[in-house]
Ligand binder design. Structure first.
Ligand SMILES: Nc1ncnc2c1ncn2[C@@H]1O[C@H](COP(=O)(O)OP(=O)(O)O)[C@@H](O)[C@H]1O
Ligand SMILES: [Mg+2]
Length: 384
């Protein structure tokens, strides 16, 4: 060992001190002139947010009703209810833009969950806006957009109902929310409810292709399919994942998408379901355990399992009643997970019940016949 007091020891100590010190901070990035250099990227969800109702894809019924409102101009109070990323906020903004034109700047009050929307805000800000004068195209009204209205307190909603009625001649309200049941009934009865559903896979795929082409992103069909699968009808998530995959890996392939989305590989989950339905509980258990060992939660696995079962092709190997039974079993497991019981035993229980479903449907038996054939063929080879 080198003594500290020798020149070599001192050199070594200095070297160690130098290594222990944190590296000098990198020089601050040179500020680029926005006019000269490339402009910083906007998130693609915002860049490609539709500007007119015609560009909003899916949910034909709801969007068509909004088109009628846009044409007539006399907008009723509206509740837009549905899952996230389906175009509720976008539709209201498109409607406001189309109905009010340049006046929209002064005649629209937009409050979302990040704004304070307690009872005081309803009493002061919204009331003042409703009383304010604005120059509008003839026959049009000012518009209050309350995004994520189900996050408003009951008190604030109660305060809103009177304001809604008092100022109905000048101001209309559009409330966007995930669950219309969380909006109090008196407000529901004052509004026309438009329901938004999850977007279809074809709608999400079409939009992804448009955005990918416009951005010049290299995509593989399997990558787009994986994006559509993991988004499950949520366009915001699909577009965000497209951008993250393109930024992180360049190529949008299935492997890269699954790395970004951090979801259990659908192929592994599918194999586990198939093994279970065929009656091979051990193999199914091993596949699911491999996923849980990678750190995925039981909720992740069950979510993927449900989407796979839902997407099983009609007329395939699994008859429809078995598919429905399997979904019922998954739903029960999901309910238990949401009660807080997310142990591996629950997943094993689910697999065992899937084995029972497969046996009832006769899937397991057919597989046994198939499995015997190669074994019989292999026997003479062994003998030779
Ligand atoms: N139906 C749709 N058509 C086209 N783009 C959509 C649609 N729904 C959502 N998007 C995209 O997702 C983003 C978020 O949509 P948004 O309307 O805010 O969803 P939410 O239903 O949660 O209010 C938008 O900026 C847009 O890029
Ligand atoms: Mg929204």
């Amino acid at each position: 060992m080198v003594s500290f007091w020798t020149p070599a020891g001192i050199a070594q100590a200095e070297e160690e001190t130098r290594r222990a010190q944190p590296p000098p901070p990198p020089p601050p990035p040179q500020k680029k002139n926005a006019l000269l250099g490339p402009r910083p990227h906007e998130p693609q969800v915002e860049k490609y947010r539709p500007h007119t109702l015609a560009d909003v894809v899916g949910n034909r019924d709801a969007v068509d009703r909004l088109r009628v409102v846009q044409a007539e101009g006399n907008m009723p109070n509206l509740i837009l209810a549905g899952p996230p990323g389906t175009g509720k906020t976008t539709s209201v903004l498109c409607l406001a833009r189309a109905m009010l034109g340049p006046a929209a700047k002064d005649a629209v009050l937009e409050l979302n969950a990040s704004d304070d929307r307690g009872i005081d805000v309803v009493r002061t800000k919204i009331k003042m806006f409703a009383q304010k004068k604005a120059t509008l195209p003839p026959g049009r009204h000012k518009l209050v957009i309350l995004d994520e209205a189900d996050a408003m307190t009951t008190g604030a909603q109660q305060a809103l109902r009177r304001t809604m009625e008092l100022h109905s001649s000048t101001t209309r309200f559009a409330l966007a929310c995930n669950a219309s049941s969380k909006v109090i009934e008196p407000i529901q009865s004052r509004c026309a409810v438009l329901r938004y559903g999850r977007l279809s896979d074809a709608d999400v795929l079409g939009r992804l292709q448009t955005v990918a082409a416009a951005e010049g992103v290299a995509t593989l069909p399997c990558g787009l399919t994986a994006l559509v699968f993991s988004a499950d009808g949520d366009m915001r998530q699909a577009l965000n994942n497209l951008q993250s995959t393109a930024a992180g890996f360049g190529l949008v392939s299935e492997e890269n998408v699954l790395r970004v989305c951090d979801q259990p590989h659908p192929a592994t989950v599918q194999a586990a379901v198939e093994r279970a339905l065929e009656g091979d509980l051990d193999a199914a258990h091993a596949l699911l355990t491999s996923l849980l060992d990678k750190g995925y939660s039981s909720g992740d696995v069950v979510g993927t399992l449900f989407r796979l079962l839902k997407a099983l092709p009609a007329g395939g190997r699994v008859p429809e009643f078995a598919q429905l039974e399997a979904i019922r079993e998954v739903a029960e497991t999901q309910a238990r997970l949401s009660d807080g019981v997310g142990t591996r035993l629950q997943l094993d229980g689910l697999l065992a019940r899937l084995v029972a479903v497969g046996t009832q449907a006769g899937i397991a038996k057919r597989e046994e016949v198939k499995a015997e054939a190669p074994a019989a063929a292999a026997a003479p080879v062994k003998a030779v």
